[in-house]
Ligand binder design. Sequence first.
Ligand code: MN
Length: 307
Amino acid sequence: MSGPIQQRDAECEDELLAGVEAREGRRTTVGGLAVKRVLPTKGRRTVGAWCFVDLAGPEDAENPDPMEVGPHPHIGLSTVTWLLEGEAVHTDSLGTEQLIRPGQLNLMTAGHGIAHAELAAEPPFRGVQMWVAQPEATRHGESRFAHHEELPRLDLDHAEGLVFVGAMLDATSPAETDTELVGVDLQLRRGITVLPTRTGFEHAVVPLDGRIKVGPEVVEPGWLALVPGGVDELPIEASDAGARALLLGGEPLGERVQMWWNFVARDRDEITAAYEEWRDRTDRFGEVSSSLERIEAPRPPWLPDED
Ligand code: MN
């Protein structure tokens, strides 16, 4: 290839990488468990179809929060559960009971409706809870659950990866997703790793351990780096050994999602209907076998007060 073309490509890539944005997550709680929520973030609801990313405990290693989330419903999304430490048991209204350990994937797809519970079997619990919005074509469909014990490994210049959804180079996850996605857990060595990203995808990098540089932006755990579409070589630099981060990406969803509580929908009426059916215990969400207490939905703020 001639010089000028390569140079123009490099300039174009630099321009795209100048669009990387660092965003700080916010502290909140899920069923009493302290979490740092990095997606959604201000002005941005989705990255590909990824619509929710929570980093869970332990903030206080001496007194870790128990990971106990009682039966609760979901619609219109897949939950991607990724453990960093400990073990947890997932139960759902399909009758699933599944132990998950670090390096394994639980992928639960709600469709029209599902209910589930999570209980830490082996504390301390540390994990990442992610949601993926389902597209119009599948979001009213049947629910399903898959557990993947073996996931493909990836070797890069200064990093090793575990591909939990989608593909990178010749490592392809067996997980079935409703939209084109990628999710890789990267263990970074000191130096620069250039990730071969797909130009049709938008991406986010979620630091788990250590401070890293994504393009020109420095981010640390509790933060998110948003990477615009068009990038096909994403440089990540770790200045310390032992840095770890998730790369998440996918085709832009192209649908405006509305999220409230545990529901991913397109408008308030759909959310109101799901809220009422969970409250009224209709068979939409089914029964979960769990020793934990059922979680009641708060009343949607747009509904008129009761009496
Ligand atoms: Mn859930």
